[in-house]
Design a binder for this molecule. Structure first.
Ligand SMILES: C[S@@+](CC[C@H](N)C(=O)[O-])C[C@H]1O[C@@H](n2cnc3c(N)ncnc32)[C@H](O)[C@@H]1O
Length: 205
């Protein structure tokens, strides 16, 4: 327990050192409710989110609210092929940063509340298997959250997976999240600032 805690703390410190914190802080100061986090996700949290993604299935993996790209990196390390990954980010500054960091990926600058439009031809080429969201559901406008969840229900077929992280360690971060989904797993990741929970939901029949 003691050693594991030390190792987690070290990893967290490494994550903090590696984060492009200037960009994150600028975006946070400009739109606190839209960024909705005091610090980028830790590598540990990102790996916990990526762990629920099946890298071998045929459909698309769509990441929402990629920010600095910590989760994007973990998805690639998990083995999700670049051609099956679509990264959606609303902030032009984060989208620019993501294009520079991941030139091999399709980075779509747009609003997850209009996901079908933002994905456009991508979603016609292949079905969406998995949506991995870092969107701050608790601080975004409720109308935006409701539209995002409608889009997730529309795009994911039964059996599809929605992965969402939250800083609340019990319950769901948005009321509508239980509609059309059942919770499959929800591990807590202590090595994050603050500790977070990864909620893995399955699209119901
Ligand atoms: C918690 S932060 C991202 C954390 C990210 N994992 C990281 O470590 O940098 C949430 C992100 O969601 C983005 N975002 C917020 N609302 C959005 C929306 N409606 N559509 C797309 N992205 C959105 C913000 O710009 C921000 O990059």
């Amino acid at each position: 327990m003691g050693l594991r805690y030390l190792a987690d703390t070290r990893r967290l410190a490494d994550g903090i050192r590696a984060a492009p914190s200037g960009l994150f802080l600028r975006e946070l100061l400009e739109s606190p409710a839209v960024v909705g986090a005091v610090w980028p996700s830790s590598a540990r949290l990102a790996r916990a989110m990526a762990a629920s993604v099946d890298p071998r299935s045929d459909g698309l993996v769509v990441e929402l609210g990629a920010g600095t790209g910590v989760v994007t990196r973990a998805l690639l390390e998990r083995g999700v092929p670049a051609e099956r990954l679509r990264v959606v980010e609303r902030s032009p500054a984060f989208a620019r940063h993501l294009r520079r960091r991941f030139p091999e990926l399709t980075i779509l600058e747009g609003d997850a509340a209009r996901l079908s439009e933002v994905l456009d031809e991508s979603a016609q080429e292949r079905p969406v298997d998995t949506i991995v969201s870092s969107l701050p559901l608790r601080s975004l406008d409720p109308a935006v959250v409701s539209a995002v969840l409608d889009q997730c229900r529309l795009l994911l077929a039964p059996g599809g997976t929605l992965v969402q992280f939250t800083y609340i360690l019990k319950g769901l971060p948005a009321v509508g999240l239980s509609e059309g989904f059942s919770v499959r797993d929800d591990p807590i990741v202590w090595a994050n600032l603050p500790p977070a929970r990864v909620i893995v939901l399955e699209r119901a029949e």
